[in-house]
Ligand binder design. Structure first.
Ligand code: G1P
Ligand code: ZN
Length: 543
């Protein structure tokens, strides 16, 4: 079959963001667009010769078609073996696991994570390296450099590969292996957790609901929670993946997973509820009558991880992204563990995990994970929570109250302003950056600015530096506001404002978070001039 070489016209100079390249689906479908991005990746990794690559995605619109293109290009670029999830499906953590387990050279993960799917919604593609984690900053720069100069791509002209049949076939010299997307992942979870303890918790009548949000975790959750652990057959909601996620927004937060939150807040709701996102790397945790913020969840998992077999010997250290609350820092200091503060984006945890400096890490954006893979992992977080609940045999609420009574409570919330005019968002950010040196000492009452800066990260492993990673404003009373622009949106700019205040263990631990944070919210609003410049008086999404 001939290899055709086509010019790259539609695609030029596209820079991958926080998690690969995300664009409107129609942009990815423009002839040559996906192809030239994929070719720039092959060029950056010196082609496919001798390489094994994992390929799979979250099943959104264009997933299967894009995989056919990537397979034809992988073969044309000399790839030795492609391992593909059946029907093109692989959750992001399952793809990371397969890269590691099969000692692959990397993998293509097709997803726009929690963004909606469909021809008029979002699509995305990222490349993970041989450690199973998102491409490093330096590799991402190589993709970008290639994208600026690329003129042509290589592609076979062959029929589609049948993605529905498990087994191995050949595509012009490249082995194509179609695998069960769930089996290897389920095996890993079995190694990490005390499945017997969880089974007995569930058989004692503990009830749970897991909302797969019509996305990729449906088959994983059904196999593990219902079939293997014995949760009742109605435990997994919205379990069948669909190309447009049931026309929903597969983002596990109290806004987009409201039906689940309503259920768990009702008197006859389940004891435990959770949800995951489009590609299965995020999680939301709830207990009867209580929502657990992701920052608190990370802290609770760090404090209790030793109850699961994989972490029984303790943790080597922990890490959180800069905007994530400092609740986990308190646990780390109590346990005598190192605690690292990294920029937003999972790729920054990679070196720390590879070097064995940390075991657990997480982000405020519903991402938690450990050294078992190199991605955040939604179902893993659910299973660790269940393992802890099975061992402690108290309610989620009780776990949270115990935690706050031990460590104090970090009230925390993120306010998102979406689809803001990009020029105005940039104007607000650059104005604020210019004023940062003059902010300390200003403010009123309890809210006098102590320090104000832009976060820079110096990777302790490879010594690389990452600058301009968000604005931090810390007040003399210990409250904190962080402001940054999203790197994953596809519709103008998204401004994220992260708010945090700390109440010691003898203070009011049961306040409403938004009330507890109203003072710092007002102080940050006055400093940023967000309303004045961007014309927004209230956030679109509060988590
Ligand atoms: C968002 C989250 C970030 C996460 C990323 C990928 O990025 O804030 O924590 O790593 O999605 O899931 P952002 O849009 O803020 O750049
Ligand atoms: Zn995701």
């Amino acid at each position: 079959m001939p290899i055709v070489t086509q010019p790259c016209t539609a695609f030029a100079g596209q820079k991958p963001g926080t998690s690969g390249l995300r664009k409107k689906t129609r942009v990815f479908m423009e002839p040559g667009y996906l192809e030239c991005f994929v070719q720039s990746i092959f060029n950056a990794i010196d082609g496919g010769a001798g390489k094994t690559l994992i390929i799979g995605g979250d099943g959104r619109f264009f997933n299967a078609e894009a995989i056919q293109i990537i397979l034809r290009m992988a073969a044309a670029n000399g790839t030795a073996r492609a391992i593909v999830g059946q029907n093109g499906l692989l959750s992001t953590p399952a793809a990371s696991n397969l890269i590691r387990k099969r000692k692959a050279d990397g993998g293509f993960i097709l997803s726009a994570s929690h963004n909606p799917g469909g021809i008029d919604a979002d699509f995305g593609l990222k490349f993970n390296g041989s450690n199973g984690g998102p491409a490093s900053e330096s590799l991402t720069e190589k993709f970008y450099a290639q994208s600026q100069t690329i003129t042509q791509y290589h592609m076979l002209t062959t029929d589609d590969v049948d993605l529905s049949q498990i087994g191995t076939s050949e595509l012009e010299g490249m082995q194509v292996e179609i695998v069960d997307p769930v089996a290897d992942y389920a095996e890993l979870m079995r190694e990490l957790f005390d499945f017997d303890a969880i089974r007995s918790l569930l058989s004692d009548g503990f009830s749970l609901r897991f909302d797969a949000m019509h996305a990729v975790t449906g088959p994983y959750a059904t196999a593990i929670l219902e079939q293997e652990l014995g949760a009742s057959a109605d435990s997994v909601l919205n379990a069948i993946p669909s190309v447009d996620f049931g026309k929903g927004h597969p983002d596990p937060n109290p806004i987009w997973a409201k039906p689940l939150v309503d259920l768990v807040m009702s008197p006859d709701g389940p004891d435990f509820a959770a949800a995951s996102d489009g590609d299965g790397d995020r999680n939301m945790i709830l207990g009867k009558g209580i929502y657990v913020t992701p920052s608190d969840s990370l802290a609770v998992l760090a404090a209790n991880a030793h109850l699961a077999p994989a972490y029984a010997k303790g943790l080597s250290g922990v890490a959180r992204s800069m905007p994530t609350s400092t609740a986990v820092d308190r646990v780390a200091s109590h346990l005598g563990l190192d605690c690292y503060e990294t920029p937003t984006g999972w790729k920054f945890f990679g070196n720390l995990l590879d070097a064995g400096r940390i075991t657990l890490c997480g982000e405020e954006s519903a991402g938690t994970g450990s050294d078992h893979v190199r991605e955040k992992d939604g179902l893993w977080a659910v299973l660790l929570w269940l393992n802890i609940l099975a061992k402690r045999r108290v309610s989620v609420r009780q776990i949270m109250e115990d935690h706050w009574q031990t460590y104090g409570r970090n009230y925390y919330s993120r306010h998102d302003y979406e689809a803001v005019d990009s020029a105005k968002a940039d104007q607000m950010m650059s104005g604020l950056i210019a004023r940062l040196p003059n902010l300390p000492g200003t403010g009123t009452g309890e809210f006098v600015v102590a320090t104000a800066d832009q976060f820079s990260y110096h990777d302790p492993v490879d010594r690389s530096a990452s600058h301009n990673q968000g604005i931090r404003i810390v007040f003399e009373n210990g409250s904190r506001g962080v402001i940054r622009l999203s790197g994953t949106g596809t519709d103008n700019a998204t401004i994220r404002v992260y708010l945090e205040s700390f109440t010691p263990k003898d203070g009011d631990l049961g306040a409403d978070p938004q009330s507890a944070l109203s003072g710092v919210a007002n102080a940050i609003a006055a400093i940023t001039k967000l309303q004045e410049i961007c014309g927004r008086s209230s956030p679109d999404v509060i988590t």
